[in-house]
Structures are given as structure tokens and as C-alpha cells.
Design a protein around this ligand. Structure first.
Ligand code: FES
Length: 161
């Protein structure tokens, strides 16, 4: 394990490695910590670069391709740099029925970005997401860690201030 730690020194911090090892200690094998490890490194760095991905893969005993497959499938792992806050607009059925597309369009025009883009000042990245589990209060979205619901074209501007 020490040699693995040493090999990772230039790519994962001691803090990141120890947080990941703590997750691994609760799991049946190292690979089961893949999503947690990606989340831990993303928490520290904002996104998962190719270099970060390789370092995590080595720590978990996986290939880069295997881990990238997981990272790509899991929409809340960012493989490109994102803004200070990520806005996740729900595009699932309840939100769509309740006018979620109008809300998304309003945000797009307010921030002058398309889905998948980051504002020029790097404050926001706008991404679609599947159901946020708040369908009773659709349409819903996340701004950073905060869930917002019962969105209307007028309250959206207040939220983005
Ligand atoms: S469909 Fe949007 S929160 Fe469930």
C-alpha cells in the first residue's frame, strides 16, 4: 500500500487518499469505492481531470477506462471544469409537465448559456439532470447544494440573484 501511496503523491493529496481509504474500509473491495472516490476528489478539486481519474483508478486497482465508464455514467461527476456553482435543471416528466422547459429556457437566457455550458464569469454551469425526487413541487432544480422547487419564471430571477 505504501508504494501505491507514494506513486499517487503527485496526483492525489494525502487528505484525498486518506478519505478514500476510509470509504474503502467499509466496503467489500476497493473497486466498490469508485463513486465515493470520484466524489471525494471532485469535492476537493471541483471536477475530475484525466490525471485525477488515472490516480483514483490506480488507487482502486481499476483501469482508467473502467473508472471513466462509471464517471461518465454518473451525471453528478464532472469530467470538465465547471463554474463555482452547478445549476441542475430537472428534465424528467413531472417537471416537464409543470413547465420545467420554460424555466430552463429562462435560466438559459438569464445567464446567456446553453445546457452544458458555463457562464463567462465562471459563476454557473447549467446541466440537465434526471428526477431530483421533488416531483410534488415540480418544477425543481439544484443550485449548488440547494434544492429549489415550485419554480416560476418570476421566482427564478430572485433565486439567481
Ligand atoms: S420530475 Fe423533476 S423532481 Fe421529479
Amino acid at each position: 500500500m505504501n508504494s501505491v501511496r507514494n506513486n499517487l503523491a503527485s496526483t492525489l493529496t494525502d487528505q484525498e487518499v486518506s478519505e478514500i481509504e476510509a470509504e474503502i474500509s467499509h466496503l467489500p473491495d476497493r473497486r466498490s469505492a469508485a463513486i465515493d472516490a470520484l466524489k471525494i476528489v471532485q469535492k476537493h478539486r471541483g471536477w475530475i481531470s484525466d490525471g485525477s481519474l488515472s490516480a483514483i483508478a490506480r488507487l482502486l486497482g481499476m483501469s482508467d477506462e473502467e473508472l471513466d465508464g462509471i464517471a461518465t455514467f454518473y451525471t453528478l461527476i464532472y469530467r470538465k471544469p465547471v463554474g463555482e456553482k452547478v445549476i441542475l435543471c430537472c428534465d424528467s416528466v413531472s417537471c416537464w409537465i409543470m413547465g420545467g422547459d420554460k424555466i430552463t429556457n429562462k435560466i438559459k437566457s438569464h445567464l446567456n448559456v446553453e445546457l452544458g455550458e458555463t457562464t463567462e464569469d465562471s459563476k454557473y454551469t447549467l446541466l440537465p439532470v434526471t428526477c431530483l425526487g421533488d416531483c410534488d413541487h415540480a418544477p425543481a432544480m439544484m443550485v449548488g447544494d440547494e434544492l429549489h422547487h415550485d419554480l416560476t419564471e418570476s421566482n427564478i430571477e430572485e433565486i439567481l440573484k
